[in-house]
Design a protein around this ligand. Structure first.
Ligand SMILES: C[S@@+](CC[C@H](N)C(=O)[O-])C[C@H]1O[C@@H](n2cnc3c(N)ncnc32)[C@H](O)[C@@H]1O
Length: 186
């Protein structure tokens, strides 16, 4: 199945919005546990897709907290906008993070769930570098990944990407071939 997030067909976008909450339920639950949000954090949901996770995160943030949803796909970002239209502490960023002027030290927590294996290999290092630049000194990045190549990404390649940015990993949870990792400055 071809995954065209940038210009998704209506059928694909509809299927994906239904599939994600079911497939991801346990992993999102474990991620929320690991995040242990106090409510006042600044959180980036990188590659927010249909906004299933964003909707859960916003429920755990107070008015002092802030959620940023970033995606390359206008169609998917519009889905999140619609889901979170009543929330005031959310902002939406459309496009390539490498071309955005996000100040360094912006986010306490960055979430990258099922995104990296969809990014072309030669783009990954630059993108992860730009994401890591926006993390606060004591911030943490949480990654959920499908670890079986060729569709997924191997642990070794994933760790290499983040270790190269001076971030070290800890496995938070694993179910079959999908895992949650926490990365922080070593
Ligand atoms: C498989 S979906 C995952 C969505 C969501 N994180 C979730 O948990 O359901 C991958 C998402 O990443 C987005 N994406 C892929 N490459 C991206 C990039 N370079 N920058 C921002 N978003 C990207 C896609 O548009 C898509 O919405």
């Amino acid at each position: 199945m071809a995954f065209n997030f940038k210009n998704p067909s209506k059928l694909f976008a509809w299927f994906y919005s239904l599939f994600c909450p079911v497939y991801g339920r346990t992993l999102y639950k474990e991620l929320l546990k690991a995040l242990d949000l106090n409510g006042s954090e600044s959180v980036l949901d990188f590659g927010s897709g249909a906004g299933i996770l964003a909707k859960k995160i916003i429920k755990n943030l107070s008015n002092d907290g802030k959620l940023t949803c970033l995606d390359l796909s206008e169609a998917f970002l519009n889905k999140v906008r619609k889901k979170l239209r009543k929330n005031t502490n959310v902002n939406f960023l459309l496009g390539d993070i490498r071309e955005m002027d996000i100040p360094s030290d912006s986010f306490d927590k960055i979430l990258i769930t099922w995104v990296i294996h969809h990014i072309e290999e030669e783009q990954r290092l630059g993108l992860v570098g730009s994401i890591a630049d926006t993390l606060k000194a004591d911030g943490k990045i949480y990654v959920i990944e499908y670890l079986t190549p060729p569709h997924g990404i191997s642990e070794e390649i994933l760790f290499e990407l983040f270790n190269g940015m001076g971030l070290s990993e800890r496995m938070v949870y694993q179910r079959k071939n999908t895992a949650i990792f926490e990365f922080r400055r070593a």
